[in-house]
Design a protein around this ligand. Structure first.
Ligand SMILES: Nc1nc2c(ncn2[C@@H]2O[C@H](COP(=O)(O)OP(=O)(O)OP(=O)(O)O)[C@@H](O)[C@H]2O)c(=O)[nH]1
Length: 217
């Protein structure tokens, strides 16, 4: 927190290569800070931090309006087509401490394509890496962000129906993170109203955590 009328919210996006981390980060920031493109391999090689402009209307305290600034850390995907998992882990750990070492992390978003089933070794590895990066209390500071959610609409599935059909691995993960999840559709080209809805949901998760942060020192 910078002063009494301003609050900085620290977020980080994690997940598999090409899952939509950078585009999701751009939605959260309301900008195009992170380079995002389709590729048959991994694009992001280094972590980078983006900052939103000051946002009003999300929070009040003691009758006073609080302006929010969202910071998002974009990270390389894993498995990575050019870097070893060890390299990705070191890069992310270094960046987490560098950017959020003092203020802590409010929420880690595990970015997962809704049209790619979540199970098997790769899914378990994703969860394990989150645990290794965030430590024992990872479950309290994590939400799943499903991209490519327009596929649900095309298949005529509601979010609830989608989750009813989900793998046990995904359901166990959602149980662990107290059912914190968000669906995001359409390559990050959201109108402002849709972006505000996503941010409101993220703020709900953070408020439910009483604004506690994950310490990364
Ligand atoms: N249809 C659709 N495309 C998406 C969505 N989210 C991302 N994309 C596209 O998927 C491609 C990869 O998105 P990125 O945001 O660059 O993915 P990333 O996870 O940052 O990729 P790496 O850095 O390679 O790990 C881009 O072409 C995006 O436009 C989505 O919700 N729906």
């Amino acid at each position: 927190m910078t002063d009494t009328n301003k609050m900085i919210i620290n977020l980080a996006v994690f997940g598999r290569t090409q899952s939509g981390k950078s585009s999701a980060g751009n939605v959260l920031l309301g900008s195009a800070d992170f380079y995002s493109t389709f590729a048959p391999g991994s694009i992001t090689k280094e972590c980078s931090l983006g900052r939103s402009c000051h946002l009003h209307g999300f929070m009040r305290r003691g009758g006073q309006e609080i302006s929010l600034q969202i910071q998002v850390l974009d990270t390389p995907g894993y498995p990575h087509s050019k870097l070893s998992t060890r390299c990705v882990k070191q890069e992310v750990q270094k960046a987490l401490v560098h950017h959020f070492g003092q203020e802590g992390l409010h929420l880690a978003l595990l970015v997962q394509r809704a049209d790619v089933p979540f199970f098997g070794q790769e899914a378990s590895n994703s969860v394990q890496l989150m645990q290794e990066l965030l430590g024992d209390s990872w479950k309290n500071y994590m939400a799943v962000l499903f991209t490519h959610a327009e596929e649900l609409e095309e298949a005529g599935l509601s979010e609830e129906e989608y989750l009813r059909e989900a793998s046990d691995t995904l359901l166990t993960l959602l149980d662990s993170v107290q059912h914190r999840y968000i669906f995001l559709s359409g390559r990050g080209n959201l109108c402002n109203e849709q972006r505000i809805k996503i941010l409101e949901r993220i703020m709900e998760f953070i408020k439910e955590n009483h604004f506690q942060v994950l310490s990364l020192t």
